[in-house]
Design a protein around this ligand. Structure first.
Ligand code: MTE
Ligand code: MO
Length: 328
């Protein structure tokens, strides 16, 4: 049921992102104007004075927190890439909705501690306050986290992004952020948190955002290694035989240890120079290149510290390629 002090400003699924896609992502920290926005059922606008968060379920001390209560608690900043997993109706299509931002908020673990979470709790369920329909399903946007992730220092009830309060479209006044995991887990317009001893049974945790694998269903949680070429972009005309750089970003839940670039459509691969990561930020890679006159197919692929890599196609983290033109 809708609480008072809130209304939907736009109904239905919505995606917004930069017109140039990943080629717009030229800065280390993605300005909000270049950061994608996703909602399934619509955007919610909440009066911050009326917002509250209920924490219940397997807790000894159920609590209701208002915005001022959260603002009075210890907060931390955490830099992280932020990536949408793509459509739950087409989970093997790479959408490359990505950015790198700094979140600020109260660690979820502190709120769970205040509520005296029980030792029998193994999952934390989180629900958004908006309402409506997505793919003919009319249900609350509810997600879950296993307790080990929920208690991670990086998981925040965020109040700010890049030093500014969250806008209504971004999920303000308070949203969950789960750095390292796909955006679908970072519940916007959060209104309730429930400690439970099993996974949440709603559409957004069972029917959507579950991948079919050889060993059964796998929730869309940890972000697989991925990389994109930011420059050159397909619109550039490069001067032939002049030194330039192929550069881009690589990221994943686990640190990226190697990025390789191909300038011949995947015939051969060479290691790129790879930059550091901060918290769970993306990492910059670059590769020097002097293109001969003509058409070139550029690709990049990465491997994380666990040895996991990227498939060429048919995966949400499939290899990115760019068609480049050089001439004189
Ligand atoms: N309440 C709520 N939270 C939500 C969603 C939603 O539809 N409702 N969409 C999720 C998805 S799929 C993504 S990718 C991120 C997008 O966050 P952003 O719009 O800030 O980029 O929010 C997630 N949190
Ligand atoms: Mo998403």
């Amino acid at each position: 049921m809708a609480r008072t002090g809130m209304h939907m400003t736009k109904k239905g699924f919505s995606f917004q992102g930069p017109a140039d896609g990943v080629h717009a992502l030229k800065s280390w920290i993605t300005p909000e104007d270049d950061l994608f926005l996703v909602t399934h059922m619509g955007f919610l606008e909440i009066d911050p004075d009326q917002w509250h968060l209920d924490v219940d379920g397997l807790v000894a001390n159920p609590i209701r927190l208002r915005l001022a209560d959260l603002q009075a608690m210890p907060q931390r900043e955490y830099m992280s890439f932020h990536e949408c997993a793509g459509s739950p109706l087409a989970p093997t299509v790479a959408k490359r909705r990505i950015g790198n931002v700094v979140w600020k908020g109260v660690p979820l673990s502190l709120v769970l501690e205040r509520a005296k979470i029980g030792s029998d709790a193994s999952y934390i369920w989180t629900s958004g306050l908006e309402w409506g329909e997505y793919a003919e399903v009319e249900e609350v946007y509810q997600k879950d986290l296993p307790i080990w992730k929920a208690l991670g220092e990086e998981v925040l009830l965020a109040l700010e992004i890049n030093g500014r309060p969250l806008t209504p479209e971004r999920g303000g006044p308070v949203r969950l952020v789960v750095p390292g995991w796909y955006g679908t887990n970072s519940v916007k317009w959060v209104g309730s948190i429930t400690a439970a001893n099993r996974r949440a049974g709603g559409a957004y945790t069972t029917r959507f955002y579950n991948d079919t694998t050889a060993s059964g269903m796998k929730p869309v949680w940890s972000v697989a290694p991925e990389s994109v070429i930011v420059s050159p972009s397909p619109n550039d005309l490069l001067p032939a035989d002049v030194a330039t750089k192929i550069w881009g970003w690589a990221w994943g839940d686990h640190q990226i240890s190697c990025v390789e670039v191909s300038v011949d459509g995947g015939g051969s691969w060479q290691a790129a120079k790879l930059g550091p990561r901060e918290d769970r930020s993306w990492q910059r890679f670059e590769f020097p290149w002097s293109p001969s006159s003509g058409h070139h197919v550029l690709l990049c692929r990465c491997t994380n510290e666990l040895g996991e890599g990227q498939l060429l196609s048919d995966a949400r983290n499939a290899v990115h390629s760019v068609q480049a033109q050089a001439g004189s």
